[in-house]
Design a protein. Structure first.
Length: 146
């Protein structure tokens, strides 16, 4: 009976040593971890500026959106029951915090925090929805009065 306990103790100690060796040399906190070569590196604020109209770019401040970042917007129901809806876009987290300059992509004026973009969202069943920016709340009002 005593030899079985000694063997069991040696096996448990061996498993603990294997786990410790893996954690030190191949685990995620190890300098030898293979994932360290594939991590994204931060290139500074200039790498976060995109071209307006590109996918995953905020239409208000042209900031490239990282995975999981969203643009704050309100989509209203369609009046005609079709696939297009009216939408108001306030901007991304960088816009709303004031760290980036907010600008209308149509008329080019500087937008304040309470201003928004007016756009149309076309719902698609097989791919992502398409958003077409019509202008800001200032240039759309001016266009209607003409």
């Amino acid at each position: 009976m005593g030899s079985y306990l000694q063997i069991l103790a040696l096996v448990v100690i061996g498993i603990v040593l294997l786990w410790l060796g893996y954690s030190l040399f191949l685990g995620p906190l190890s300098p030898f971890f293979p994932g360290i070569f594939f991590r994204k590196r931060y290139d500074g604020p200039e790498s976060k500026i995109g071209t307006p109209g590109d996918p995953q770019v905020c239409p208000v401040c042209s900031t490239k959106l990282m995975r999981g970042e969203l643009v704050k917007s309100h989509a209203y129901p369609s009046v005609t029951g079709g696939k297009d809806r009216l939408m108001h876009i306030q901007g991304c987290f960088a816009c709303l915090q004031g760290s980036m300059q907010r600008k209308c992509p149509v008329c080019g004026i500087i937008l304040y925090q309470n201003d928004y973009l007016i756009s149309r969202m076309f719902e698609r069943s097989h791919t992502r929805n398409h958003v077409h920016v019509l202008g800001c709340n200032h240039c759309r009002k001016a266009g209607r009065m003409r």
